[in-house]
Ligand binder design. Structure first.
Ligand code: SF4
Length: 195
């Protein structure tokens, strides 16, 4: 069993060449690809320079440079947050969405999508591995609302006014169903598992 686990780690390390590389690919460094990819998958609370730094594992200064490079290329744009005018939200532009079509990680995504065991099963196994690592490091990985302890299920209607579909108790904000599968760095694992 340990041998198979060790071999799996050896293979994962080699698969990492899909997202870690020294050169430019389609004009972007691996860190810039990671940033653009994250911003395309992150919810509105996590599309910030600090969340980006946290997710990619870089300093705030390096995240700032990365954001600047992506802005210069027209792949992202910054706007003031509706909730906090001192904060900025980073959004991927249509030009950024176009460049994501040539993301070097796409062959890996396609390989996982084609697994006989199924992409859902593979995702769940990886999530389980990450949860074990999180427990050892006393931290939480970024994940989606469906797994999060702060998500409350749909509320009832009050009078003629329809309340938000879901609510985030961490941000005290409403969430639409379409936001539930996006990444959030403030995610905290739902103890009872997904609902
Ligand atoms: S419910 Fe959890 S994952 Fe979703 S926005 Fe709130 S803190 Fe983030």
């Amino acid at each position: 069993m340990i041998t198979a686990a060790r071999e799996a780690v050896d293979l994962l390390i080699q698969a990492a060449s899909s997202w870690r590389f020294e050169d430019n690919r389609h004009g972007l460094l691996d860190r810039e690809w990671m940033a653009l990819r994250f911003l395309a998958r992150a919810n509105r609370f996590s599309r910030t320079p600090s969340a980006l730094a946290h997710f990619v594992g870089i300093s705030r200064a390096t995240a700032s440079q990365t954001v600047g490079r992506l802005e210069d290329k027209g792949y992202i744009q910054r706007t003031r947050s509706d909730q906090d005018k001192r904060s900025v939200v980073l959004d991927v532009t249509p030009r950024g969405e176009n460049v994501l079509a040539s993301d070097p990680i796409a062959p890996l995504v396609n390989a996982i999508a084609g697994l006989a065991v199924g992409a859902n099963k593979f995702r769940d196994l990886l999530r389980n591995v990450l949860e074990q690592l999180d427990a050892r490091r006393d931290r939480h990985h970024a994940d989606s609302c469906r797994q999060c302890i702060f998500l409350t299920e749909p509320t009832s209607k009050r009078g003629s006014k329809t309340l938000p579909e879901y609510t985030c108790r961490f941000f005290r904000a409403g969430l639409s169903g379409s936001e539930l599968d996006l990444l959030c760095v403030n995610f905290e694992r739902h103890k009872a598992g997904a609902f």
